[in-house]
Design a protein around this ligand. Sequence first.
Ligand code: BG6
Length: 311
Amino acid sequence: MKRTQTAEVNFDSKYPSTHVAEDDVRFIKDENGLDYIEIENRFATAKLALQGGHVMLWQPKHTSEPVLWLSKQSRFEPGRSIRGGIPLCWPWFGAHPTDSSLCMHGFARVTPFTVIDVGQMNNGYTRVILQMTKTENAQRQLSYPYTLVLTIEIGSTLSIKLATTNRASQPFFMGEAFHTYFNVGDIEAVTITGLEQTEYADKLLDYFRGTEEKELTFHNEFDRVYVSTKSDVVIHDEKYKRKITLSKRGSNTTVVWTPWEKKAHQMADMPKDDSWRHMVCVETANAMENLVMINPGYTHVLAVEYVVDEL
Ligand code: BG6
């Protein structure tokens, strides 16, 4: 944890923003009033929704398929989370610990963010800095004063940082996740490494506790929360002939979820076709016994970087 000074935003990137590259960035609004930022720089194409600070699309130029999976049936409406891309779970992961009437995975993913800065970095990447706005809905669910700042650096790699600053006079606990949906060639041809010998809670077996023996492969619905792990994770995709490396910081939990056909077809915002075969969520998180306690005046940063290489 870092002590913040008076500044609202913790600029810890080694590449300071130089100028807004207007040709690379477009701000658009849809018919429902939602705002988006489209980015096309020399390394990648990306699209962000300001509601939820949600990265919807990221495709580096060196890959033939988007890295993120986005549901064709996602609803783009105020107050509704987008299915796919990178939803932000904050300030809790899963169900609220004491009040089940509050929304799953916290309210950040349905709360509008404002733009603090959009600029081109010295290395040609585009950096977007967003801050969650204070809404009545958010205030009702978390009354402590805080700031939540999301920094996204878009290029041939994608880096995201979520900085939570406690502006209250007492400590607070929170859970969080980058709930990232990865686009894969076929879930049954995917292997995930980096979670071997790690303790998990299996949500499909009433949080049964076990230790993962080997690398992960998928032949059924899968929903496990891996605790007390700082390890990088690699998604090996035999079909798309690529691997995606997730390097994280400020995270002690990794969640792996894929719904399989029955559950996917029960979800209103997932298509009734075989799209579920093309997604796996690998979530960089702090959850269960890894909740974060932030002291007054301190900032906690959850960060991840995604790198895509040929297999
Ligand atoms: C995962 C959970 O993180 O998110 C799953 O482990 C859950 O249990 C999934 O089904 C999707 O959640 P939601 O709220 O976006 O439908």
